[in-house]
Ligand binder design. Structure first.
Ligand code: ZN
Length: 402
């Protein structure tokens, strides 16, 4: 077993938990009304996924499947059917690493997220992708790293839980399905009868446990009982803070050289002369699929390459408002227009006068979605402390959650 790196910036630290919850919006189901549950399934897709999904569909329950990219890659047909049944598909990384440790040994976590996106995006309806960290393990360093890439800006997460995924622990020990169902029922009861529930349609790390997965049998006991007790089930995107976050578009700045921000001047023109902190430096990103993106400027119009000079003057997105993002390193990019030319700078103005990549401007990207809220009330502090205790409790139970 790999020893967890010890550092002063441990995620057990309360200050970082504040950072974690405010800076990165760790989502949970504590706002759900009583007798309301949101079902989530981790680590698939696998041989049990569709049977589970169909069982839920027959009971009019729409769940979220946080899939592991390396499994999803081989099973697009499962993802397709999940989508057709109205279930959501979320990103659970490509190889299911322990992200805080992985980032500490220079593991490429952006790559873990993007490779999974490449597999799941055709089956994700929204332009936002829900993300859950393997084992729920998270740290300020992980958040900071993922915030550096424009290509992960459309993610919403990490999505945490109230009722932990202890099912696999029962299958590992060959304990009865009935006991697992009782444990879920009692955990739901102890969580004020509401919250996000984790199950495992597959088990990512331990092939030896996979054949013993009885989560479908567990659901066949649990779901009729919960329905009989009057429980209702909501999809992840119906949870209010998640819904609200989905409506907020990712905001960012593009910088060229030192402190020269791409800035909207006059009405529709773009210059690279913005000073830091100018609201006219801010852009929002729209992921159009097929690797195309649109950028909306502070005047609410989209950047357009219809003319030689790039202007923010179109309200609708047509071919000339679509751009390719070409990453250079984790936080810098080049932008290519519909006609194959690249964005560049001419006399401080943004133009598309770069037919070859070697002439393209390299823009530094900075995420502006997450602002630290230092002025939190005593009540909020207490709530955060309570959440932190639950967080620590879940860490202590980590061995139970795969
Ligand atoms: Zn997992």
């Amino acid at each position: 077993m790999i020893k967890q790196r010890k550092s002063k910036k441990s995620y057990f630290n309360l200050d970082l938990a504040l950072f974690h919850l405010y800076q990165q919006n760790s989502f949970n189901g504590t706002d759900l009304p009583a007798k309301t549950l949101c079902l989530t399934f981790d680590d698939g897709p696998g041989s049990h996924t569709l049977a589970i999904a169909r069982f839920l569909f027959e009971h009019h329950i729409q769940a979220t499947f946080f899939v592991v990219g390396k499994y999803a890659f081989y099973h697009p047909e499962i993802l397709k059917e999940l989508k057709e049944m109205g279930h959501l598909i979320g990103n659970h990384t490509y190889e299911h690493p322990d992200l805080p440790y992985y980032v500490s040994v220079n593991g490429d976590i952006i790559d873990q997220v993007l490779r999974t996106d490449a597999v799941i995006k055709p089956f994700v309806d929204s332009d936002r992708v829900y993300f859950r960290a393997p084992y729920g393990k998270w740290s300020a360093e992980v958040a900071q790293e993922l915030n550096q890439s424009i290509l992960t800006a459309s993610h919403i997460g990490p999505v945490y839980w109230e009722i932990a995924g202890i099912d696999c622990y029962y299958w590992q020990n060959n304990w009865p399905v009935k006991d697992a169902a009782d444990r879920y029922l009692s955990d739901i009861e102890h969580n004020e009868q509401r919250g996000i529930v984790v199950f495992h349609d597959e088990i990512a790390d331990m092939d030896v446990v996979k054949p013993h997965n009885k989560t479908l049998d567990l659901l066949k006991i649990l779901i009729p009982q919960l329905l009989g007790q009057g429980y209702e089930f909501v999809r992840l995107d119906e949870i209010v803070p998640i819904k609200t976050a989905s409506l907020q578009e990712p905001k960012f700045t593009l910088r060229i050289g030192k402190e020269k921000y791409v800035c909207l001047n006059n009405k529709t023109d773009l210059f690279a002369n913005g000073k830091p902190g100018n609201p006219h430096n801010l852009f929002t990103l729209k992921d159009l699929g097929y690797g195309k993106f649109a950028f909306r400027a502070a005047n609410n119009f989209y950047l357009s390459s219809a003319e030689n000079e790039i202007k923010a003057k179109h309200f609708e997105i047509n071919e000339t408002e679509k751009f390719d993002i070409i990453p250079v390193d984790k936080n810098s990019i080049m932008l290519r227009c519909y006609d194959g030319s690249y964005l560049t700078l001419e006399k401080g103005k943004l133009t598309r006068n770069a037919p070859f990549m070697r002439q393209a401007a390299i823009f530094s990207y900075a995420n502006h979605n997450f602002t630290i809220n230092n002025n939190i009330s005593r009540k909020q502090k207490l709530l955060l402390f309570k959440k932190q205790l639950l967080f620590i409790k879940s860490k202590l139970q980590q061995k139970l959650n795969f």
